[in-house]
Write a protein that binds this ligand. Sequence first.
Ligand code: FAD
Length: 403
Amino acid sequence: TDGLTQEQRALRDRARELAQEAAAQAAETDRSGQYPWLMVRKMAEAGFTGLTIPKEWGGPGGSVLDAALVVEEFSKACAVCGRIAVEANMGAVGAIMAYGTEAQKKLAAGLVLAGDKPAICITEPEAGSAATEMATTAERRGDRWIINGRKTWITGGGVSRLHLIFARVVEDGAFKGIGGFLVVRDEAGKPEGLIVSRRIPSLGLCGMPEAELEFSELEVADDMVLRAPGGWQRGFGRLIDAYNGQRVGAATVALGLAAGAYEHAVGRANARSQFGRPIAEFQGLGWMLADMSIEVEAARALVHRAARSAGPAGFPDRLAAAQAKVFASEMAIRVTNGALQVWGAAGYSKDNPMERYLRDARMFAIAGGTAQVLRTQVAEQILGRKLPQTRDGFLRIIAEEGA
Ligand code: FAD
């Protein structure tokens, strides 16, 4: 009834097994804020990073749904590990496998198969939801590009090796569009022009660094430009298609967090007694748990539907991805909060994982397109019209269409 193949169920069970180790270290990762390198190595060895890399590049050629099954299992146990599985299978690596040169694909495949979690660098201090208002520039100088600017909230800043950096392309002094540039940061922190200037303290997902980056005369060779079809003008839209994979991934982590918290809540409701009876017998809790189970199943159905929509290029459908992410991200906040309630005071304590689930769940309605921005995207698609967000946006459409 789950629509999965026998291989997919086996893959999920394998992930579930290693995820038990992820669960055992999750509290320590959260407390210390340290990136879980040991788990990452185990995940890479088990083939859970680079799972979506095609066979010709050394991977097993798994689907987006395969990756989602793995991501959900790790996220139930340790959402930081779940996010690592997302980035090592979807997102930047998807864009590179779709549009990269042979050399770029080989480079990216090798890195994620070895466990690297690529970083995507879009957001800037003054350009959040309005990502195209970014100020970082990449200026052509001969066969090199020189990048200058600042990025913020870059997941994996300081631990990621592969970086996909978005910048305004300047050629012959003129602005041409937004392009994607690949930079590999080595273990010694080189190149020097890519500076991890600050780690941002955050509410949840504490083992995953969020960082401010600075690019100072950062040199990128021309063969490290990720060129999507359609030239600079249309290239950004194509490159950002990779974000649909990332969105399904983020929705899956939210789903996993909710499913994990829900399972703990069911266990607690059966184990804890008050008034001489299991608290599970109180209808007030039974209905809460029933609602949680409905929400988790609904989110899983949306996530799987979006994951299955990915074509050969590996990009899920834009509408399906946005619908899944809006629902799963908000659902995870409700369900993790309800699950903590079922645990009572014990849920509020750091002795138990419930408060971590709640903190970890909070970000998915913000990062990678906020729930508000994604609702507008959904509206654009179901209404079949552009809904520009700038003040002069509709005037421009009228001018173009002469309407
Ligand atoms: P703003 O754009 O300033 O929005 C503030 C509020 O206004 C929000 O509630 C928003 O929904 C609302 N709003 C804005 N515009 C509209 C509109 N048109 N209609 C309705 N409401 C609107 N970025 C990267 O590039 N790489 C990363 O790896 C990355 N990782 C992240 C990890 C975390 C944990 C977080 C929190 C963020 C991350 N981001 C990353 C940044 C993230 O993508 C941005 O935070 C997001 O796009 C929103 O931008 P903002 O935070 O500047 O909010």
